[in-house]
Write a protein that binds this ligand. Structure first.
Ligand SMILES: [Zn+2]
Length: 466
């Protein structure tokens, strides 16, 4: 048997994760992400898929984040009709996320049409909510830690990756005519001391490893993110302003809610209302209650006053009208809204309203990719273009480092050290060029691993004649 890989995304970038494995004539796609951020990347979503989606036999999904799952509706629309394997929590989360993505696509196309600023005659969404619903029958949820036989040549097992609810590391066993080989995809790896999620599972063996490297060049050891978050909120409160926290509704929002509750309980930040402005947050929070084995919060969710997702200061705002009504609040409040990189969604109207106000603040709590509005605001742009208008940036902008759901450089190295023998080959993926290359060097210098930082659309032969 011959095994090849082709990098259809997630190479020298953190978005568009899609890795195509070819086992003789069998085609397996690991993750099926949307490109986000820089226009150069986003345009790839509109190009025809590099191979005929009909020819793909199955998809394996490491977790629900859109940069790993958001291309699925387009893949199905273009003829893919095989199973999509994922964990049970991912199955439920990805439905929520894809429906939201479909809605966003529809809204953006309608908006572009109204404003007439699209270069297309009639702006079309990449996919619609209807397209999203056609993905659901193909989802095949399976248990974590259980070996699943996909066909006579391939077995897979999902192991806990931390990161977000249901996120998994994938171990694949490939049976050739003579030999069996192990291929491991790290997916996105979580932290070792996260208050919500368990540390990523240790995987002792891999012949070939695909390892994420988002923070391959960054250490978060020296950071005191929770103290910094508290300071930013106290400063905003003293200025009589409102703190806006752009955060993704899945994972990041729950993490922030955990810390805000903790800080309010300890009296480190004022006892002010917290508004979660998201149509998805309630559904996602329910999933935390359903899948207690996937995280550490279990008992807290049952206890009155201890539940960070349900307490007197916390208000969930679901409808668009409720969301708009938050613009009238003049001070003493915290508003959490998506998207986390301020590229779209409800956060835009909050920024439009708050950026010109000196007393308000925008607190970024997560990684801001190249090309996003979040990154530009952090780099100090003096105006931000929104709804066709240049909005002046007067509010205070904070960046809290170290609250990431991604392992940092030390944690990535710690995970790598968990291998009992070194993988014969390791591909560093899901990282900007410098991050992947730095981790690649570290793995080579410290652990003497063979590493490659692949290019977009590059192919490699993994095994021949096995
Ligand atoms: Zn992720």
């Amino acid at each position: 048997m011959q095994v090849k890989v082709k990098f259809l995304g997630g190479a020298k970038t953190v978005t568009g994760s899609r890795y195509l494995l070819e086992l003789d004539h069998q085609k397996i796609l690991v993750d099926c992400g949307l490109f986000q951020g820089l226009k150069e990347f986003r345009l790839r979503n509109w190009e025809s898929f590099p191979i005929d989606p009909k020819s793909i036999d199955l998809v394996i999904l490491t977790h629900a984040h859109i940069d790993h799952s958001g291309y699925l509706p387009k893949l199905v629309k273009e003829g893919f009709s095989g199973p999509i394997y994922c964990t049970y929590a991912t199955d439920e989360l990805v439905r929520i996320l894809l429906l939201d993505a479909g809605k966003l696509q529809e809204e953006e196309a309608a908006y572009a049409q109204r404003k007439g600023y699209s270069s297309h005659e009639k702006p079309m969404p990449l996919y619609t909510i209807e397209d999203v619903e056609k993905v659901f029958p193909f989802l095949k949820p399976v248990d974590m830690n259980e070996e699943i036989q996909l066909n006579e040549k391939v077995n897979i097992t999902f192991f806990n990756a931390g990161h977000i609810l249901g996120a998994a590391i994938v171990k694949m066993k490939v049976k050739g005519e003579n030999q069996e080989k192990k291929i491991v995809f790290s997916g996105d790896l979580g932290r070792y001391h996260d208050p919500i999620f368990h540390a990523p599972a240790r995987i002792p063996f891999a012949d070939v490893l695909f390892m994420e490297s988002t923070y391959g060049n960054r250490s978060q050891k020296e950071q005191k993110p929770v103290d910094e978050l508290a300071r930013a909120i106290r400063e905003t409160y003293r200025n009589g302003g409102v703190a806006i926290i752009p955060a993704f509704a899945v994972g990041r929002t729950q993490m922030i809610l955990y810390y805000l509750h903790y800080l309010q309980q300890k009296g480190n930040i004022p006892d002010i209302p917290i508004y979660v402005d998201s149509p998805m947050a309630i559904d996602v929070t329910k999933l935390y209650k359903k899948y207690t084995e996937y995280h550490r919060l279990g008992p807290l969710l049952e206890e009155e006053g201890a539940n960070p997702f349900l307490h007197k200061n916390l208000h969930y705002y679901q409808t668009q009208e409720a969301s708009m009504s938050l613009n009238a609040i003049r001070g003493d409040a915290i508003i959490i809204s998506a998207s986390g990189m301020a590229t779209g969604g409800r956060i835009l109207h909050h920024l439009y309203n708050r950026l010109p106000r000196e007393q308000d603040s925008i607190i970024f709590v997560g990684y801001q990719a190249e090309g996003t509005r979040g990154r530009r605001l952090l780099e100090g742009e003096s105006t931000s273009r929104m709804y066709g208008v240049e909005v002046p940036v007067k509010s205070k902008i904070y960046y809290i480092e170290g609250l990431s759901a991604h392992a940092d450089q030390e944690e990535l190295m710690e995970w790598a050290e968990g291998f009992a023998s070194k993988p014969k080959m390791t591909f560093l993926i899901h990282g900007e060029k410098e991050a992947s290359e730095t981790l690649s060097q570290k793995l080579t210098e410290i652990l003497q691993w063979n590493t490659i930082v692949p290019e977009y659309m590059e192919s490699f032969s993994l095994f021949e004649g096995i």
